[in-house]
Design a protein around this ligand. Structure first.
Ligand code: UD1
Ligand code: CA
Length: 450
């Protein structure tokens, strides 16, 4: 089955410079959620209008694009893409601003459509407040009457048209041009496609969030909040402890293992996996990362990183892209890592920058260590082999390699490779000038003035 996604509207009520469907929900343009679901059924096309170039930029090249220059109604939108429709295939119609329609519901719609051999199968819902929606009128035949065309009797009907349908390609191609715009809005209504057949089925969905369209930023925030609540509740049922689910923000694709505890003000985003028995947060943000079991991440930022079992991170650490921490690694406060691999049991506990570094096992990185990986033009690598001890406040000027078991003295600026089992000292030797202070007339702090 092919899918056509209608998305030509600007979405005036967003009050934005950008077309509505590229506004993000859960960190992704809303239309991409729809496309992702639609792709499970086959080929996908979208109808774009307002500022279509901006939407085009966000789409992958396998999505067909049709442009509807003027938005004259939903039937007109389908007409602009009619060459996409195959006579011998069904067409699923979705909206670019209804992001969370589920695969399961669409599968159910498809099943009913095929089994009933209908020309049109409509997804409907029962709403306490149906105003604004087209109503499903069940007389001798099913009709849809738009809110603006409805009389008081029809307005009382609570069953609404979600705007999602499956239509037989042949039926659509043969009848779409018969639709006129003689109605309250002067628009070509796709709902009028029902006029030319008796073979109409309906499927009711009870999941209102999945058919909720977004018209303004208030609806956007509310929908996101309702879905977040469901995500958190599902995770809690699966055995994750969330201390206060009102202040924990977890994206739909995230997976978290049993007995992990999530503390407040924590964001877990994108394609992130977290294992069992972890303690995450408070005030932590993890994005597109893979976290093992029994990991502690406290008040830290983690992005595009891999953290293995029994690692501890933070407080106030920042793991950036390309960081891999092997088991039992410890990263402490004010440590930043980028494109850095740390072997088992290695530690960087305080005030450190590790960039483009390959660090072995059992390495101790002293407080204030900096890998000087950038010479103003290019990035260079640092290699620190197993069991190395980097003294506090060392600068490792890359490219450089510190051999196995070696030690760098505190305060060293290491510019040359250090062989195995060596001590590298790269700093001025200390001179003590005895009684210098007294000769200079004392030190007022020491209260030893002559
Ligand atoms: C439509 C349905 C209504 C249903 C409601 C569900 C019609 C006539 N009415 O109403 O029965 O209850 O959806 O939300 O179909 N679009 C275009 N080109 C156009 C017009 C619309 O691409 O010329 C797109 C919009 O960008 C939007 C979608 O189609 O994504 C729906 O358009 P909208 O104007 O919101 O439809 P409604 O009039 O609300
Ligand atoms: Ca609408």
């Amino acid at each position: 089955m092919k899918t056509l996604i209608l998305a030509a509207g600007m979405g005036k009520r967003m009050n934005s410079k950008y077309p509505k469907v590229i506004h993000e929900i859960f960190g992704k343009p809303m239309i991409l959620w729809v496309i992702e679901t639609a792709k499970k059924f086959g080929e996908v096309a979208v109808v774009l209008g307002h500022k279509y170039e901006m939407v085009e930029d966000k789409l992958s090249s396998d999505v067909r694009i049709y442009i509807q220059k003027k938005q004259l109604g939903t039937a007109h939108a389908v007409m602009s893409a009619i060459e996409f429709v195959s006579k011998d295939d069904n067409l699923l119609i979705l909206y670019g601003d209804v992001p969370f329609i589920s695969y399961e519901t669409l599968k159910r719609l498809e099943k009913v459509h095929l089994e009933s051999n209908s020309d049109v199968t409509i997804l409907t819902a029962i709403l306490e407040n149906p105003s604004g929606y087209g109503r499903i009128v069940r007389d001798d035949k099913i009709k849809i009457i738009e809110d603006k065309d409805a009389d008081d009797e029809v307005k009382k009907i609570k069953e609404i048209n979600t705007g999602i349908y499956i239509i037989k390609g042949r039926y659509l191609i043969e009848n779409i041009n018969k639709i006129n715009n003689n109605n309250a809005q002067g628009e070509y209504y796709l709902t009028d496609i029902l006029k030319f057949t008796e073979k109409i089925s309906t499927v009711i969905t009870e999941n209102i969030d999945e058919i909720t369209g977004i018209n303004d930023r208030i609806q956007l925030a509310r929908l996101e909040k309702r879905i977040r609540k469901k995500i958190n509740e599902k995770l809690m049922k699966e055995g994750v402890r969330i201390i206060d689910p009102d202040v924990v923000y977890i994206d739909p694709q995230v997976k978290i293992g049993k007995d992990t505890i999530i503390y407040p003000f924590t964001f877990i985003e994108g394609d992130t996996t977290i294992g069992e028995d972890c303690i995450i947060g408070p005030m932590t943000r993890i994005k597109n990362s893979k976290i093992g079991n029994n990991v502690i991440i406290n008040r830290s930022e983690v992005e595009k990183a891999e953290v293995k079992d029994n690692v501890s991170v933070g407080p106030y650490a920042r793991l950036r892209e390309g960081t891999t921490l092997d088991t039992n690694v410890k990263i402490g406060n004010f440590v930043e890592t980028k494109k850095t691999v740390m072997g088992q049991n290695s530690k960087a506990q305080h005030l450190t920058y590790l960039g483009d570094a390959t660090i072995g096992k059992n390495v101790n990185i002293g407080a204030g260590t900096i890998t000087c990986n950038y010479d103003g033009k290019k990035k260079h690598p640092t290699f620190i082999e197993d069991n190395v001890f980097i003294g506090s406040n060392s600068s490792l000027v890359a490219p450089v390699k510190i051999g196995k078991n070696s030690i760098t003295a505190a305060g060293s600026t290491i510019t040359n490779n250090v062989p195995e089992n060596s001590l590298a000292i790269a700093r001025e030797r200390q001179i003590n000038k005895e009684n210098w202070v007294l000769k200079k007339g004392g030190n007022k702090n020491a209260n030893n003035k002559k």
